[in-house]
Design a protein around this ligand. Structure first.
Ligand SMILES: Cc1cc2nc3c(=O)[nH]c(=O)nc-3n(C[C@H](O)[C@H](O)[C@H](O)COP(=O)(O)O)c2cc1C
Length: 476
């Protein structure tokens, strides 16, 4: 049986009422403008654009994909109504067990419904939005896979790096230093060789999700995606480069990046909510083959003022990673971790613990703010008691308002690991560190048992009331 594809996920999303189809929006301003409005509130529907002026009916654009917990749940195979902490626990288990299946090669697939080679290649036939008003052009690759093969080991890496359409058979790719495909490209170039590359735009979101997060050096994202599906991803080889791409992808193209072949790229609005990187020369992909399904769907995951599609799903993964690293550092009784979407799922981390000893909360905060998964671009780390749901910002603010002892509950740490994208790092060019604040919003440990009683129903009372009155209660 064929793997689940983007269209299967879309049908499931539609079934839970989280898909909106919009016809007639044009791609230079309107699609991006509409997506921007949809992204401003978590849980708004995913948006599928059809009948894009100037393009055939059926050539669609899909965005605002993973900005709801139910849609991420469906992507990883959980029931859509699993809670935030169920999802975080799912990531913890996935990371611990690291299930993996090597992809299997199949003889073609829906992707080869349309094959364009040489002069027939034309990226501009795909409706590709200019996603924000001040972007440098249309970006075909946001929720994309950029696939390369290591020339030494044969390891195939898939990374999500933005890809800008630069002409019918030209695109640029922006890979930050240290990213796996950039390392591979450098190896080819050091040998004076062109680097083979394939770009896939439109997959089941599980495959995209893994390409956008830090699967370790030497490991294949396509094999790791098989671990989510519980079966190997079916791939086919692109004709010129032999690079593997999912056989049921929507759109794929391949070509070569030649040494010193660069073009001005960007800018693209960033996940921090600002333009930071500007416009720079970046490597050019000279495209030789392009393939797409009938009625292809371009998949977008758009960085913007958070909440945004670039970072929200990553946050759910990061919470699991922080939780695992807290436990590995010996912090007991962690009850939840949530990186708030308004902080781009990096700048704000909340950790819930059941306090066992004086200093426990401070220890948890210090580790969460500086462990590998939590340190990059952090600004706020809040520690709360176990009765606070870290994913409920009202509860978190209530705890910060009523349980913080400013005499020892606030720590400002200077010199943290940050990025030039952080508008408050010390100096983007020379010093990419920042300052951060750790807030102990737990009841003071010594007064924990004599602290005023909370004026809210207990869990047991909730359950009793819900059992009898469910139909008269507000949706939670
Ligand atoms: C939607 C999205 C867009 C991204 N864009 C870029 C980008 O343009 N350049 C980049 O270097 N990393 C980008 N990233 C981060 C990388 O995908 C991430 O670091 C990933 O681990 C890279 O793969 P690699 O570890 O195999 O290099 C993006 C992530 C997401 C989810």
């Amino acid at each position: 049986m064929a793997n689940k594809d983007l269209r299967d996920w879309l049908a499931a999303v539609d079934q839970i009422g989280e898909l909106k189809t919009i016809v007639g929006a044009e791609p230079k301003e309107e699609i991006g403008g509409i997506v921007d409005l949809y992204q401003r509130k978590m849980g708004n529907a995913a948006v599928l654009f059809d009948e894009v002026p100037g393009f055939p009916k059926g050539a669609r654009v899909l965005a605002n994909i993973l900005t709801s917990v139910p849609r991420i749940n469906l992507a990883v195979g959980l029931p859509h109504d699993a809670t935030e902490m169920d999802l975080v626990q799912w990531w913890r288990t996935y990371m611990r067990e690291a299930p993996s299946f090597e992809p299997t090669e199949v003889n073609g697939g829906p992707l080869i419904e349309n094959v364009l080679e040489g002069k027939a290649v034309d990226l501009t036939k795909i409706p590709t939005p200019v996603w924000h008003e001040h972007d440098g052009g249309p970006f075909i690759g946001t929720a994309c896979l950029v696939i390369m093969k290591d020339p030494d080991s044969g390891w195939v890496n898939s990374g999500t790096y933005r890809v800008q359409t630069q002409g019918p058979n030209l695109a640029t790719v922006m890979m930050s230093p240290g990213k796996h495909c950039r390392i591979m490209m450098q190896k080819y170039h050091e040998r004076g060789q062109a680097c083979p590359v394939a770009v896939v735009v439109g997959n089941h979101p599980a495959i995209f999700m893994l390409s956008g997060l830090e699967i370790p050096y030497g490991k294949s994202e396509l094999a790791a995606a098989g671990g989510i599906f519980g079966e190997p991803v079916e791939i086919m080889k692109m004709p010129r480069t032999g690079l593997p791409v999912p056989a049921n992808a929507e759109i794929a193209f391949e070509g070569f990046i030649h040494p010193n072949d660069v073009m001005q790229e960007g800018p693209l609005g960033e996940w921090t909510g600002y333009y930071a990187g500007g416009s720079r020369p970046e490597p050019v992909i000279r495209i030789e083959t392009m393939m797409h399904r009938d009625d292809p769907i371009l998949l977008g995951a758009i960085p913007a003022v958070p909440p945004n599609d670039n970072t929200f799903y990553l946050g759910t993964y990061r919470c699991g990673a922080i939780w695992n690293q807290l436990e590995a550092a010996g912090i007991p009784e962690v009850r939840g971790v949530w990186t708030h979407e308004a902080g781009g799922s990096r700048f704000w981390t909340t950790v819930a613990i059941k306090q066992l000893y004086g200093g426990h909360a401070k220890q948890a905060g210090m580790v969460a703010a500086h462990c590998h998964a939590g340190a990059y671009c952090n600004r706020w780390t809040i520690v709360v008691d176990e009765d606070i749901d870290p994913a409920n910002i009202n509860d978190v603010i209530w705890a910060m308002s009523t349980r913080l002892d400013t005499r020892d509950g606030l720590d400002i740490i200077e010199g943290g690991w940050s990025s030039a994208l952080d508008p408050m790092c010390y100096d983007g060019d020379t010093d990419r560190r920042n300052g951060r604040i750790i807030v102990n919003a737990c009841k003071p440990f010594r007064r924990k048992d004599t602290f005023p009683t909370v004026a809210r129903s207990s869990k047991a009372m909730d359950e009793k009331i819900i059992a009898k009155w469910k139909k008269d209660l507000p949706a939670s």
